[in-house]
Design a protein around this ligand. Structure first.
Ligand SMILES: [Zn+2]
Length: 67
C-alpha cells in the first residue's frame, strides 16, 4: 500500500476508514462522516478521495488559513 490518504477536506481529520458495500468501497471520515465516491476498486476509491480533498482545498483557500 504505497498510496496515502489525504486528510478529510471538510474537517481535516486523519481518522479515515473504508466502508465496504456489496461490490464497492469508499473512504469515509470517522470524525464528520463525509464519504468519498464509492468505487469497485479500493485503489480507485483512494484516488478519488484524494482528488476530492485536493479540489476542496483549492476551492477553499480559507480552509488552510483556518487550520
Ligand atoms: Zn471529516
Amino acid at each position: 500500500m504505497a498510496t496515502s490518504l489525504s486528510p478529510c477536506p471538510y474537517c481535516h481529520s486523519q481518522q479515515l476508514h473504508f466502508v465496504h458495500h456489496l461490490l464497492t468501497h469508499a473512504v469515509c471520515c470517522e470524525h464528520c462522516g463525509a464519504c468519498g465516491p464509492s468505487q469497485r476498486e479500493i485503489d480507485e476509491a483512494v484516488h478519488l478521495w484524494n482528488l476530492v480533498a485536493q479540489l476542496q482545498q483549492s476551492q477553499n483557500p480559507a480552509l488552510e488559513r483556518a487550520g
